[in-house]
Design a binder for this molecule. Structure first.
Ligand SMILES: Nc1nc2c(ncn2[C@@H]2O[C@H](COP(=O)(O)OP(=O)(O)OP(=O)(O)O)[C@@H](O)[C@H]2O)c(=O)[nH]1
Length: 323
């Protein structure tokens, strides 16, 4: 029996704030770790799981947990999903969990270090993505954004193509002020040699004993409300008018929207469009459809007027369809 088997299934948790590059990293791992059987658990805050659809391999090994956050409301779902993976006859080499951008990683960490799973799994490391362009010492006034860094064993300072040297140095100085000897790696599109992030055995279980005790006496399921994040999921089997949608992005999009992503269908186009918005930046890429066309979008932000936003999106739909 290999050393890994004796220790149980290696688990890697990928965390980081909204839009920091978690799915991009997961795709890097899946593309480069092709000799291994990787089970993936993708959790999204929103009713539609967009991330799962944007992964390079999307098959039976994927377990999606949508509409909630595994750190609180659907933690039971996490336990069930992991139990399912562990009880499959087929050998699995590792489990990777991508949390939502608004997840507190601690309850997820404790699910592995403080439960029956401890016998069958071992938490290898917690990887935290940080968007070097948008992250500031105010950490978006979000307690979870702070905790994601505090509990990260490896910090990937991502999107370095969008910042200058001074901004990077300022960020590193801030991180060093809140965390002892941080292990920081600079990345662009989350590209990192896998030996630098996998199978390192970095998570120190003993460090969590006290945290586990505290959590048992503490209700953490209200942090989303406290941070003020809400999500709107929009689906339609009618296409958007490309000009109306572009006008909406340029003039109508509420400033409160911090993150948006989705699969977009434009009237007159045969392609599926992948829409991504992080802060002030958005882009749309196109590729062929592998499913019947439809619109599926998620908008996340603080204090969103979801009714108004839904109406604005409905107004972007094309009145006549020419595909
Ligand atoms: N310029 C630039 N863009 C990046 C980089 N890494 C990721 N992105 C883009 O940032 C956007 C968000 O990346 P994701 O990987 O989806 O981020 P995420 O953390 O999974 O997002 P959520 O799960 O929705 O919170 C996408 O459009 C990526 O292509 C980078 O290093 N540089």
């Amino acid at each position: 029996m290999s050393e890994i088997n004796q220790q149980g299934l290696p688990v890697t948790i990928i965390t980081g704030f909204l839009g920091s590059g978690k799915t991009t990293l997961l795709n890097q791992i899946l593309q480069n770790d092709s000799n291994q059987k990787v089970a993936v658990l993708v959790n999204e805050f929103g009713e539609i799981n967009i991330d799962a659809q944007l992964l390079v391999s999307y098959d039976d090994d994927m377990v999606e947990l949508s509409n909630g956050c595994i750190c609180c409301t659907i933690n039971e779902g996490l336990v069930e999903a992991v139990t399912r993976i562990l009880s499959r006859g087929e050998k699995v080499d590792r489990l990777i969990i991508e949390t939502t951008g608004v997840a507190d990683p601690l309850p997820i960490i404790l699910t592995f270090v403080g439960s029956d799973f401890r016998e069958f799994t071992h938490l290898d490391s917690v990887i935290t993505l940080i968007d070097a362009e948008t992250f500031t010492p105010e950490h978006f006034n979000s307690e979870v954004a702070y905790k994601q860094i505090a509990y990260g064993d490896i910090l990937l300072l991502n999107k370095i193509d969008l910042v200058d040297r001074e901004q990077l140095t300022a960020l590193e100085t801030y991180i060093a002020s809140i965390k002892n000897n941080p292990r920081i790696i600079h990345t662009q599109y989350a590209q990192v040699p896998l030996p630098l992030i996998l199978d390192l055995g970095l998570t120190q279980i003993d460090n969590y004993a006290e945290a586990e005790h505290r959590e048992h006496h503490h209700h953490h399921s209200h942090h989303l409300e406290a941070d003020g994040f809400v999500s709107l999921s929009f689906e339609s089997d009618k296409p958007f008018d490309v000009y109306k949608f572009q006008k909406f992005l340029n003039e109508g999009l509420p400033l409160e929207v911090f993150r948006a992503k989705g699969i977009v269908w434009f009237a007159g186009s045969e392609l599926r469009h992948i829409f991504q918005l992080c802060g002030q930046r958005n882009d749309i890429k196109s590729e062929p459809w592998s499913t019947p066309p439809l619109n599926q979008l998620v908008f996340i932000g603080r204090h969103l007027d979801t009714d108004k936003l839904r109406q604005q999106l409905n107004d972007c739909l094309a009145t006549s369809v020419t595909v």
